[in-house]
Write a protein that binds this ligand. Structure first.
Ligand code: ATP
Ligand code: MG
Length: 423
């Protein structure tokens, strides 16, 4: 047992608002990914019975083939998390969390006779309330009763996982996924009182992209969420300075021309003269306060609002530079230079690259954040984007799960250690 065992059977789980990333240590760098959603088919329908579908919730890779009409989707398709949080009493949502967790573990069922269950390290949002920890433990207990796949479970906050994946004990982590953004100082542990959370993530850039597509005459495509997201990822650019980038792009429309061919179809999106708008997408992720966005809000694009989820206030419109400063300044002054000394960006919403042909005006996420901080008088900052930003939480789970000794038992006071599931 012990190290040798854990080197094979440590298992990471990252519960994201859009994607669930999971898998054992033996995968190396990349986890498996499925969407964090479940489809509740109409169990009374004859087709359903004829097709022999036994489950009342469908999750995972072949979910898409079960989908019905668009109208039906809204009532039958459940995304269980909002801003990384599952409501306490939302039974359907918890059912989906149970199913994706079960799916993930079953996916890696082992035949090795030495296998006695995984050491599972799950990551939740840093603002996840205690009842979510209790529920996640309970779900794993139940799955183990049915499958014997789990030996022990632990849960860590996502920003801590990122810090662990990078092996830096003192830093600021900005984890920006699809639904929300967590700015979290780490000084061995997350400094919870200094966290700043934003009611913004990749989904907001999707909303803007949808509006841009609509304006360019692609009103049908603008409604297809999954497609809009892919177009955003392919065409969006982060400007060094928005006004300059737009000007240059307008002068050289061919160089900046934004075209996207939808794989497997005849559809091509071409922004033509409006291609400069691709810079809006990247700017919006970092700074939705730029005045250019006002006209979009006026025309009905949802404006990120301040919202309270439980006790936590999610801020809508802070730019990312301000968010970092606010978070750092809630920490002891002595600690502040060390925090600015290492800012780690993780989450898919930071996966922006600056293609070489656009280098004059487009930048990567780290450079953009540095510029925003410099504007506010913060210099000498080191900012790094995680090499595979979507997966750094999962990698942190694996490293943590592997490192924490088996006999270190879970404590609700420290919120760390293993909760034994079976011997
Ligand atoms: N290359 C890319 N360029 C821009 N955005 C990207 C890229 N790759 C992924 N994204 C965006 O990142 C988001 C998903 O990131 P991630 O998987 O970290 O989120 P999540 O963990 O599901 O959600 P959350 O952390 O908010 O709960 C999506 O909005 C996606 O469009
Ligand atoms: Mg995430």
């Amino acid at each position: 047992m012990s190290e040798v065992y854990k080197r094979k059977y440590t298992f990471g789980e990252d519960y994201g608002t859009s994607d669930y990333k999971f898998g054992p240590i033996t995968l190396g760098e990349r986890p498996e990914v499925i969407e964090n959603r479940g489809y509740f088919p109409d169990t009374s329908s004859i087709m359903f019975k004829l097709m022999g579908v036994k489950k009342d919730v469908i999750v995972g890779k072949d979910l898409a083939v079960h989908l019905g009409s668009r109208e039906e989707l809204t009532s039958h398709l459940v995304y269980p998390m909002r801003k990384g949080v599952v409501d306490r009493g939302d039974e359907k949502a918890w059912k989906v969390i149970y199913e994706i967790t079960r799916y993930g573990l079953d996916f890696f069922r082992q035949s090795d006779p030495d296998f006695k269950g995984f050491y599972v390290c799950a990551a939740l949002s840093a603002i996840a309330p205690r009842y979510m920890y209790e529920k996640i433990f309970e779900i794993h207990r139940k799955i183990d009763e049915e499958t014997k796949l789990i030996k022990a479970v632990t849960i860590i906050p996502q920003p801590l996982a990122v810090a662990i994946a990078h092996k830096v004990p003192t830093c600021i982590v900005i984890e920006s996924g699809h639904g929300n953004t967590q700015v979290c100082p780490i000084s061995r542990y997350p400094v919870k009182g200094a966290m700043v959370v934003l009611n913004r993530g990749g989904s907001d850039a999707d909303a803007l992209t949808s509006q841009i597509l609509y304006d360019a005459g692609y009103s049908d495509i603008a409604k297809e969420e999954a497609l809009v997201r892919r177009i955003k990822e392919a065409l969006g650019l982060v400007p060094r300075k928005l006004d300059e980038a737009v000007e240059v792009a307008k002068q050289k429309p061919e160089l900046f021309r934004a075209k996207y061919r939808v794989p497997g179809t005849r559809i091509e999106v071409d922004l033509g003269k409006e291609s400069w708008a691709r810079f809006l997408i990247g700017e919006y992720v970092f700074n939705p306060k730029h005045e250019i966005f006002k006209s979009y809000f006026k025309r009905g694009m949802p404006k990120p609002k301040d919202v309270k989820v439980g006790e936590i206030l999610f801020r809508g419109m802070l730019d990312l530079g301000e968010s970092v400063i606010e978070s750092v300044e809630k920490c002891p002054i002595e600690l502040q230079p060390y925090l600015y000394g290492k800012v780690l960006l993780s989450g898919g919403n930071f996966h922006w690259r600056a293609p070489p042909q656009f280098r004059e005006v487009a930048v990567d996420s780290a450079t953009k954040l540095k510029l925003l901080l410099a504007e506010k008088g913060v210099e000498n900052v080191t900012v790094e984007v995680a090499p595979e930003p979507k997966f750094s939480v999962w990698r942190g789970c694996i490293i943590y799960g592997y490192a924490v000794p088996e006999d270190y038992t879970w404590s609700w006071d420290n919120m760390e250690g293993w909760l034994r599931i079976h011997d």
